[in-house]
Ligand binder design. Structure first.
Ligand SMILES: [Zn+2]
Length: 124
């Protein structure tokens, strides 16, 4: 399960940040997760809630914001959402990585990230 390794990395970074700032406790950890990562919000939340036990994060919650995919086309300069089709199966996204304007090859600018946006903590 990919979510478990992602969640443990998040917990590790959040604990380190909280300790570095001398936090008394952490209220919430805010994540930005690109939709192209195919990470499940539910699984991430579940793993986080298991892993936070026994750490400074134990009273905190995880808040996940999903980032819509965005691509850039080098042929025509298009910058925006990709043509996307939800296949309706297990919430997976079928995405076409060609430019919706000219059909050229695009580069993914957003939608593949998984990063901590903010950590809300109580500092004495
Ligand atoms: Zn294009």
């Amino acid at each position: 399960m990919h979510e478990l390794s992602v969640a443990s990395e998040i917990v590790r970074v959040a604990v380190r940040e909280a300790e570095r700032r001398g936090a008394k406790r952490v209220k919430s950890v805010h994540l930005v997760v690109g939709k192209l990562t195919h990470l499940s919000k539910e699984q991430l939340t579940f793993c986080y809630n298991v892993l936070k036990k026994g750490t400074i994060l134990k009273g905190s919650k995880i808040v996940i914001r999903e980032q819509e995919p965005k691509v850039e086309c080098s042929s025509c300069g298009y910058l925006g959402p990709i043509g996307e089709v939800s296949d309706g199966e297990a919430g997976l996204w079928a995405v076409s990585l060609s430019c919706p304007r000219c059909g050229g090859v695009v580069k993914v600018k957003e939608g593949l990230e998984c990063r901590i946006d903010a950590i809300k903590m109580v500092v004495p």
